[in-house]
Design a protein around this ligand. Structure first.
Ligand SMILES: [Zn+2]
Length: 331
């Protein structure tokens, strides 16, 4: 790398895209996907990552045009109607809502859209979005699994349509399979979906023989593991399945569905990953992005329901993203 590049990379930080409106989505008393998760993630970042390595950005909300890149008009109409009628949950599935949920959902998508813009423009080295509600269970026509809009999928389409990004990788290490993301890109060879998840578990998809369809055949890579699995299985899959696949796919941008419910002690999952393992998975993703796409990573919060574990795992994840941005300028 020449001097000019080295100098220009020097000031680039990890962008944290977050907005208090994402805190206001409240599925109700005792629900695991609670507003306190938003605070826990930001606290975890503050206590783990040097202040001068991150930059906080409050984005604008996304528009219907963004949402419609991945969701049907009919579904969007259903969501708006359910909200207007004051329903306690979406009529399409198990996503509890309150009067501020739609505002939060547009803002969560807005975080990812703005993060994509910032990474592509080179204003930040890489990004983490504190997205609530989460997104990876939302299919093109159905909100479910605490999700309203598929934040990551919309980010991918925005990168492709607004910025001419071709091939995008989505790495999903949430304990649950991202059925929505898989469905949206199942026949699309421009998006590689890689998921490690507990199986059997909600939502029941993600068998290893689900590998894509038509033109998209071979671009979905599911690695299901039994309850009790941890470092050996999951980091093994990153090294032995993801890395070889990327040598062929060569992504132009990397997205992470960063769910921390795969950490030990989570309320909804039974994997045994520890904070160090999230650091290692982040370093692997960083290495892929450094090799093929100038380090461009947009990582988005998905699950994670034990507040302490969520805070510490999200903290080390962002710490490694921020370390990557420093390493980039020394390389
Ligand atoms: Zn999950």
């Amino acid at each position: 790398m020449g001097n000019v590049n080295a100098v220009s990379r020097e000031d680039k930080l990890t962008g944290i895209f977050a907005h208090p409106k994402c805190r206001q989505h409240d599925p109700g008393e005792g629900h695991p996907e609670c507003p306190a998760r938003y605070d826990a993630v930001l606290d975890g970042i503050r206590s783990c990552v040097p202040e001068d390595r991150v930059e906080y950005v409050e984005p604008q909300p996304a528009t219907d045009e963004h949402v419609l890149m991945c969701h049907t008009r009919e579904y969007l109409t259903t969501v708006k109607r359910d909200m207007e009628l004051g329903f306690p949950s979406l009529t399409t599935g198990d996503t509890d809502i309150c009067e501020r949920s739609l505002e939060a959902a547009y803002m969560a998508v807005g975080c990812v859209v703005a993060a994509v813009d910032a990474v592509v423009a080179g204003r930040v080295a890489n990004t983490f979005c504190v997205t609530r509600p989460p997104g990876h269970h939302a299919t093109s026509s159905r909100g479910m699994g605490f999700c309203i809009f598929n934040n990551v999928a919309i980010g991918v389409r925005h990168a492709q349509r607004a910025h001419g990004i071709g091939r995008a990788l989505v790495v999903d290490w949430d304990i649950h399979h991202g059925n929505g993301t898989q469905e949206i890109f199942y026949e699309d060879p421009s998006v590689f979906y890689f998921s490690t998840h507990q199986w059997p578990l909600y939502p029941g998809t993600g068998r290893s023989d689900e590998t894509g369809r038509g033109q998209g055949w071979g671009f979905t890579l599911n690695c299901p593991f039994a309850s009790g699995s941890g470092r050996t299985e999951i980091i093994g899959a990153f090294r032995e399945k993801l890395l070889p696949a990327m040598r062929k796919f060569m992504p132009e941008m990397v997205f992470v569905s960063a769910g921390f419910d795969s950490r030990a002690g989570d309320r909804l999952g039974q994997f045994t990953l520890e904070d160090d393992d999230f650091a290692e998975m982040t370093r692997i993703v960083v290495a892929v992005a450094a090799e093929y796409c100038s380090g461009r990573i947009v990582s988005c919060l998905e699950g994670g329901y034990s507040l302490d574990g969520l805070a510490s795992a999200a903290g080390v994840h962002v710490r490694e993203l921020a370390a990557a941005s420093v390493e980039g300028c020394r390389r």
